[in-house]
Design a binder for this molecule. Structure first.
Ligand code: URA
Length: 196
């Protein structure tokens, strides 16, 4: 039943025309991973490779993410990976407010369907959307990354664990170690939380 609903939601996203981004896309990118999923990783929006392939984190940031997941004892098969926006903004510009308003209900429905115990927003943009959703005050990503914020989701308690966006290491290499430390911390959270 859950799988069936997830499949219907995926079809809905693939056919979505709720905002202007639909007209410029090659593929919408709903996300991929197990259903249900203990962990949801949430990026900002598809880039060029994701638009081309229809898969989340298919480009350079994806390689970095794969390595970070491995450092936490995880593979892509263990987590559901998605983004706040499901279609690529032209030239990878920042998402616009009306695009977020149009697209965010998909993420909300994914959370309800997937029933995660940990949600990992990646980057300041995703952190502000996800934490805002759960009524958690949003600070700068430099002040909130690597901290566990308990929240109540429709299906029960969740931990929101914001981290820097994996792409940050390509334009700010010194943050690589902070990102790696956050994923080590994520590993500890997973080891300590129930329902492993
Ligand atoms: N960056 C994101 O935030 N999401 C993707 O799917 C790819 C890159």
């Amino acid at each position: 039943m859950i799988e069936e609903n997830a499949c219907l939601l995926e079809q809905e996203i693939l056919a979505c025309t709720r905002c202007r981004l639909a007209s410029g896309r090659l593929h919408a990118v709903p996300g991929e991973g197990p259903v249900p999923s203990r962990i949801i990783m949430v990026g900002e929006a598809p880039g060029e490779q994701e638009d081309r392939t229809g898969r989340p984190f298919a480009g350079r940031a994806g390689t970095i993410l794969n390595n970070l997941l491995a450092s936490a004892g995880l593979s892509r098969n263990d987590v559901f990976i998605t983004s706040v926006l499901k279609c690529r903004p032209p030239g990878n510009r920042d998402p616009k407010a009306d695009e977020i308003t149009a697209c965010k209900p998909y993420l909300d429905r994914q959370i309800v369907l997937l029933r995660p115990s940990v949600i990992v927003p990646m980057g300041r943009f995703s952190a502000s959307v996800v934490m805002g959703q759960f009524g958690i005050p949003v600070g700068k990503i430099s002040g909130i990354h690597g901290r566990a914020f308990p929240a109540d989701a429709p299906h029960g308690p969740v931990i929101i664990f914001p981290v820097y966006h994996p792409a940050v290491v390509t334009h700010n290499p010194p943050l690589r170690e902070e990102l790696a430390a956050d994923f080590r911390c994520l590993k500890e959270i997973l080891a300590g939380s129930s329902g492993a």
